[in-house]
Design a protein around this ligand. Structure first.
Ligand code: B4P
Length: 189
C-alpha cells in the first residue's frame, strides 16, 4: 500500500496536489477539511459544531476528525492506498492514525511537507476566498489565526514523522506542475 500524508500550512497546496496525485496513483483521497465541509452542507450536528470552530480559524476536536478517518478506512478496505490531506493536524491525530493503520497491517509511506511562507499563504487564501464562499478564506484575521493554529499545534507533527524517517520537505512555491513533479520524484524513489 502507498499511504501518503500531505502536510503544510493552510493554502500550501495540499488539496491542489492531492487531485493530481489521485489521478496518477489511484489512491483514495481523504481530506478532513472536505469531510467537515460535507457535514456542514448536510446540516448535521457534527457539521454545526465544526462550522463555528472553522469559521474562527480554529481546529476541530481530535476525536471528531479521528472518528471520520476511521470510518473512511473501514469503508475502503480494498484500497491500494490513501492520501491523507490536512490530517493529521496534531500529534494526537498522528498517533491515532498509526494505530488505525497498524490494525490493518499498514503504515504511512511518506509525509510530504509543502513549504510556503506566510505572506504567500495569505495571498492565495484571500484570492480563493473571492470565489469559494468559504468564510475562513475571506477574512485576513481568520487566515492569520489559522496560520497560528498551524504553528502552535500542527507544525510539531513534522517531528513525529522525522523520528520515523518518513519526512520529506518540498518547496511549495512555483507552478503547480513543478511542485507536482517534485512530489512525484519522492514517491518514485
Ligand atoms: P482544509 O480544508 O484542510 O483547508 P486548507 O488548509 O485551507 O486547504 P489546502 O492547504 O488544501 O488549500 P490548497 O493549498 O489546496 O481545512 C480547513 C479547516 O478545517 C481548518 O482550518 C480546520 O478548522 C478544519 N480541519 C480540517 N482538518 C482538520 C483536522 N485534521 N483537525 C482539526 N481541524 C481540521 O489551496 C489554497 C489555494 O492556493 C487554492 O486557491 C489554490 O488554487 C492555490 N494554490 C495551490 N497551489 C498553488 C501554487 N503552486 N501557486 C499558486 N497558488 C496555488
Amino acid at each position: 500500500m502507498l499511504n501518503l500524508v500531505l502536510f503544510g500550512p493552510p493554502g500550501a497546496g495540499k488539496g491542489t496536489q492531492s487531485q493530481k496525485l489521485i489521478e496518477k496513483h489511484g489512491l483514495i483521497h481523504l481530506s478532513t477539511g472536505d469531510l467537515l465541509r460535507g457535514e456542514i452542507s448536510q446540516g448535521t450536528a457534527l457539521g454545526l459544531e465544526a462550522k463555528k470552530l472553522m469559521d474562527e480559524g480554529m481546529l476541530v476536536p481530535d476525536e471528531v476528525v479521528i472518528g471520520m478517518i476511521s470510518n473512511k478506512l473501514d469503508a475502503n478496505k480494498e484500497a491500494e492506498g490513501f492520501i491523507f490531506d490536512g490530517f493529521p493536524r496534531t500529534v494526537a491525530q498522528a498517533e491515532a492514525l498509526d494505530n488505525l493503520l497498524e490494525s490493518k497491517a499498514a503504515t504511512i509511506s511518506h509525509m510530504i511537507a509543502l513549504e510556503v511562507d506566510a505572506e504567500e499563504l495569505e495571498r492565495r487564501l484571500l484570492e480563493r476566498g473571492k470565489e469559494s464562499g468559504r468564510a475562513d478564506d475571506a477574512n485576513p484575521e481568520v487566515i492569520r489565526k489559522r496560520i497560528k493554529e498551524y504553528n502552535d499545534k500542527t507544525a510539531p507533527v513534522a517531528g513525529f514523522y522525522k523520528n520515523q524517517d518518513k519526512f520529506k520537505s518540498i518547496n511549495g512555491i512555483g507552478s503547480i506542475d513543478q511542485i507536482y513533479g517534485a512530489i512525484d520524484a519522492v514517491i518514485e524513489q
